[in-house]
Design a protein around this ligand. Sequence first.
Ligand code: HEM
Ligand SMILES: [Cu+2]
Length: 567
Amino acid sequence: MATYVAPIPQVSASRAQRQASGWTSWITTTDHKRIGIMYMVTTFVFFCLGGVEALMMRLQLGAPNNTLVTPAVYNQLFTMHGTTMVFLFVVPMFAGLANYFLPLMIGARDMAFPRLNALSFWLLLAGGVVFYASIFFNPPEAGWTSYAPLSNANFSPSGGQDAWIYLIHLTGLSSILGAINFYATIANMRARGMSWGRLPLFIWAILTYSVLIIFAMPVIAAAVTLLLTDRHFGTHFYDPANGGSPLLWQNLFWFFGHPEVYIMVLPGFGIVSEILPVFARKPIFGYKAIAAATVAIAFLGFLTWAHHMFTAPIPEAILVFVMLSSYFIAVPTGVKILNWIATLWRGTIEFKTPLLFCAGFIALFLIGGISGVFLATFPVDWQLNETYFVVAHLHFVLMGGSVFTIFAAIYYWFPKMTGRMLSEGLGRLSFVLMFVGFLTTFLIQHVIGLDGMPRRIYEYDNVGNLHLYNLISTVGSFILGLGVLVTIVNVARSVKVGVVAGPDPWKGNTLEWFTPSPPPQNNFDVIPVVRSAEPMKDIRREVQRRTTGADATGTATVPSGATQVGV
Ligand code: HEM
Ligand SMILES: [Cu+2]
């Protein structure tokens, strides 16, 4: 039993420094860590572009009958913004995090298919470049959902709509190849002793994310291919005048689109399930329930797509089924929220920035989930569909569910990736600005929606309190933007001058903390044998036992000179 502990590798730090440098070594790399970093940097740039588009829209909406942008430009802004956030930020950002941390957390030296992995990144970048090239001719205007007939050749003659289609093809292929790679890596390359029941919950989430991508992405790829042939080769798949059906697009889009929501939030759930136990200094409450709930959410997610189509001509019996199955998803989601709260309950809580972002996430996602139950009730949706209530809901879910967990991950894992800590002070400031800014921007939009303001509209008359409410929302969005900026400053600063982190600054539970920060090219000189779902706790306990001769609680630091300790 005492033989499983491996020495903390000493040589690796110097080997890390010997890694090839220079830009050619980056573009030719197949190292999952470098690919992960390229993913994260690229997607963060897209996040900033999407954010600028959002702020331009909020500026336009800050005053009634404003003329800052034209109606066409407003259409382009929300189309670019929604598309960018979904396809070029959230989904690939999780792929980037998984790229960097999946092999480390399961004790592997790289992904199963390193070259395919590099290809996934370059396809993503190509998709983003093709899409953004459209700003030089005419960006798409049909929204991120590209509904028929808005997206057909009559309404959207510009090449921008085609750029949107190519973006879906390229990023979709990137995601599918990435997902196959994640799946193969998890299935085959786990450290000795890491049974399915000891898989870190982030890895369970990435496994589920991958399966969702493999089932959902090909459907949207097919749907946009039909759109392409409709636009250019005279087919009529979505054209009712010639026997086609706009409903076909809606069904295909949302068969992908609803699972896509889980593709965008489940990895975040996984991140939270990793971070909470570390900062509450307690094991996760209900490991099996969380893993099972992850899989259940993914499965149920394929039954509910028509809740995005409640106003379409669909038989009421089906609407009832969709409504009930949508409610049902609240059960596994509630299980997770209860488990997270139970994990924090009576923990020795350290209020560090990663935990703050996780707590913010729980609060925001809960609100988004509750407004989701409202919208899943189809008579309510008939009233609220296409109003700002939906805009509020989707941002609580996506921004609360994805962005806050991504920021938690940045603060938690930055020390591992760079060897330096982010500033806590700036981290807290960033969190407070983002949280307050978020609530100021989006809480009021529920009211704006109930007052009847439609979404995707570039202007409004000053009736009731619409001006005031919209102004509040606009001010909030700039506070939020400022919060993001503070994190950018924090990252830029800490890369150079941050406090040196050491291998395991948080006393983490999972194997990425076993190796130096940043990890050497081969990740581990020796891969430890895993004995529980919290291998680092076992290793610390073992080190302590050998150093002091006493069995401790597992909270000791693994000295980086563990080799000399004779472990
Ligand atoms: C900086 C924070 C953000 C602000 C201020 C913001 C603002 C907006 C605005 C003003 C709209 C257009 C509403 C309309 O006219 O109907 C919009 C739409 C949208 N946003 Fe955001 N947003 C933010 C972040 C995000 C994030 C992080 C995501 C996704 C992860 C996201 C996803 C979307 C989607 C999918 C739409 C719908 C686009 C469409 O109607 O086609 N947004 N957002
Ligand atoms: Cu949905």
